[in-house]
Ligand binder design. Structure first.
Ligand code: SAH
Ligand code: SF4
Length: 426
């Protein structure tokens, strides 16, 4: 095991708690066959593992470029199919590396076409991703953590006891898996277009990019992405790389409950669209709904939005506002929302999300009439405020309904399972 993998094995992931960061170690389960999974690695990281495995600098650089293209542009997982690598090189790779995918525990399809996947990490933790097809786009809702430390009162994910940051591989892996499932990797024999060393497959069909179903990504699954900043950034960089998945940053949205100190960095280092989970306009109500508000208040949050350098009229900040009956849905709340967004001169739009119930939730959804009235007041204030149609409610795939089945197991049970798995691997 080289230095790169050593450091991964010793990884202690900082998980910020509600007030102070609490480090939570990630149990790294080594592969039984000793090979290294390349999924989620950037080009320089692939180059580094190739050098560790014995290639010289120049060869490692070329192979890293080829592998990056095969992994992320073509979605290839089989080294044998990488036709611009010479045969012996393919065998050499396959002995040392794999290109993995997250394990799918369950895949469900809602009666409105929304799909939800329950995924399992190699250390036995479950997380979910959701695909929402629409007429003009297909949006993948990606998780950044197993569970969430922030405990928003209306969110199912916030009730999970287990929390761990997802790795870049686990985050990118969701996008890869979705493209596998949607069958939309480019087909044919174009190779990476870098160096054709072995062209015996020249009869294979020519490259033909499919019409893409997966057009947008929202970091709105389980977890608070800005509490897993580095991994989310690294994963999104891979997703945005023009030689790979090549999704434009304009088609990616990161949603935060308001982790103010990380917002400027998110703009500089990731540069995607920002969505902010506002949900209330008074301290009292937001303290109840989003406890992080006790640390980072509404006015401070709106100031941080006003300072978000990537915001403009062309790229407005989305404010998410969950509509909860008799809690945050009065005409007065709507007027206060307009006043606040105007005060900070925010290029804003408001997404009104009807509250999605889950077993044991304390709240009810506002009535349709109330939501319409609220929306009109915000519209009249000059701010667009569409009402989001809930999607995938029947399979518990809608906003705030994600909570993985592994929760049904106790911590002790999970520790025992992990120990057993470890023992089985010798
Ligand atoms: N942690 C991040 C991103 C994940 S949550 C955040 O909070 O922004 C994605 C969106 O779903 C957030 O706006 C969240 O407030 C909303 N949400 C959570 N629970 C919900 C529920 N029960 N009904 C409707 N929306 C909910
Ligand atoms: Fe975490 Fe977002 Fe749910 Fe709050 S709404 S508990 S920040 S996932």
């Amino acid at each position: 095991m080289g230095a790169f993998m050593q450091s991964a094995a010793n990884l202690v992931m900082p998980i910020p708690g509600l007030i102070d960061p609490v480090p939570v170690p990630r149990a790294v389960t080594p592969r039984a066959d000793g090979r290294t999974d390349l999924l989620g690695l950037s080009r320089p990281q692939i180059k580094a593992v190739l050098e560790e495995a014995g290639l010289d600098v120049k060869a490692a650089k070329l192979r890293a470029k080829q592998l990056f293209h095969w992994l992320y542009h073509r979605g290839e997982t089989d080294f044998d199919a990488m036709t611009d690598l010479a045969k012996p090189m393919r065998g050499w790779m396959a002995e040392r590396f794999v290109v993995g995918r997250p394990e799918v525990v369950e895949a469900q399809v809602s009666n409105d076409g929304t799909r939800k996947w329950l995924l399992r990490s190699d250390d036995g933790q479950d997380y979910e991703m959701v695909f929402i097809p629409d007429a003009d786009r297909g949006t993948l809702c990606v998780s950044s953590q197993v569970g969430c430390t922030l405990n928003c009162r209306f969110c199912h994910t916030g009730t999970m006891r287990l929390v761990r940051n997802l790795t870049p591989g686990e985050i990118v892996g969701q996008v890869m898996l979705a493209r596998d499932a949607l069958g939309e990797w480019p087909k044919g024999n174009m190779g990476s277009g870098i160096a054709v060393l072995d062209d015996e497959d020249e009869d294979a069909p020519q490259y033909s990019p499919d019409g893409r179903m997966l057009t947008n990504i929202v970091m709105m699954g389980m977890g608070e992405p800005l509490y897993n900043f580095e991994h989310v950034r690294d994963a999104l960089k891979v997703v945005m790389d023009g030689d790979g998945l090549a999704l434009s940053r304009r088609r990616i949205t990161l949603s935060t409950s308001g982790v103010i100190p990380m917002m400027a960095r998110a703009s500089e280092e990731i540069g995607v669209n920002l969505a902010v989970s506002l949900h209330a306009v008074t301290k009292e109500v937001r303290d109840e709904l989003v406890p992080l508000n006790k640390k980072y208040g509404i006015e401070e949050l709106l100031q941080a939005c006003a300072d978000y350098p990537k915001a403009s009229n062309a790229r407005r900040i989305t404010f998410e506002y969950v509509m909860i009956r008799d809690k945050n849905d009065s005409d007065e709340d709507a007027r206060e929302l307009v006043r606040l967004l105007r005060k900070y001169k925010l290029p804003a739009k408001v997404n009104l999300i009807p509250f999605n119930p889950w077993p044991g939730s304390d709240y009810e959804c506002s009535t349709p009439d109330r939501i319409r009235a609220f929306s009109s007041i915000v519209f009249e204030g000059g701010i667009s405020a569409p009402v989001r149609t809930p999607r995938g409610r029947d399979i518990m795939a809608a906003c705030g309904q994600l909570k993985s089945a592994s929760e049904k197991k106790s911590r002790a049970e999970l520790d025992r399972l992990a120990a057993e798995k470890q023992a089985a691997l010798g």
